[in-house]
Structures are given as structure tokens and as C-alpha cells.
Design a protein around this ligand. Structure first.
Ligand SMILES: [Zn+2]
Length: 102
């Protein structure tokens, strides 16, 4: 497990209230796999993984969803969700934000 700079009390990044430790989860960068703490804010109903920016940036180079060879699998797995989200936008705004000016 990599040392965490924020292993003491963690404040919510949105409301600044104290978050509760929810558990630990796997995380990785280009050189190693390790566990990080996961915190939860009851007021905001959000989870937060406090890792420093260097580790977070390195994770984004290692993540499976940024590997070119995985693009077709991720596209197939997620396209229906994105189409559904776009249909909701069109239903409630009656416009397509990619093609119409505001
Ligand atoms: Zn909060």
C-alpha cells in the first residue's frame, strides 16, 4: 500500500464536512497496484478517494479505459448509456448541445 498524504481526517471537497471512512479499494498506476482509502460524505452523498495529484495523473496513463486497444470494448459497453443520456437531454431541452448554439 502506498502511503497516503491524506490519511488523517478528510473533509468533503464540496461541503467541507468531515467524511467517514467507507473502506479501501484497489488502485494502480503504471508501476504498481495498491489500495487506497475511500471516504463518504453523508450530506453530499458522494464517495471520495484521496490520492495525491501525481498518483492520480499516473493512474490516468495506466487506466484500461485510455488504452487504445481497449477502445472498441469500452465503446460497445458504454454507447447505449451515452445514447440514453443524450436522449434525456433532447427530451428535456429539445436541443442537441453539440450542434446547436445557445
Ligand atoms: Zn459533502
Amino acid at each position: 500500500m502506498k502511503p497516503e498524504a491524506l490519511s488523517c481526517a478528510v473533509e468533503c471537497i464540496i461541503c467541507n464536512q468531515s467524511m467517514v471512512l467507507y473502506g479501501h479499494a484497489d488502485y494502480y498506476d503504471r508501476s504498481s497496484h495498491f489500495k487506497t482509502s475511500i471516504y463518504f460524505c453523508k450530506d453530499c452523498d458522494i464517495f471520495y478517494r484521496p490520492v495525491d495529484n501525481a498518483i492520480r495523473l499516473d493512474h490516468h496513463y495506466a487506466a484500461s479505459y485510455v488504452q487504445k486497444q481497449n477502445e472498441p470494448a469500452f465503446y460497445d459497453a458504454r454507447i447505449h448509456l451515452f445514447e440514453y443520456l443524450i436522449s434525456l437531454v433532447k427530451k428535456y431541452t429539445n436541443r442537441n448541445s453539440n450542434t446547436e448554439e445557445r
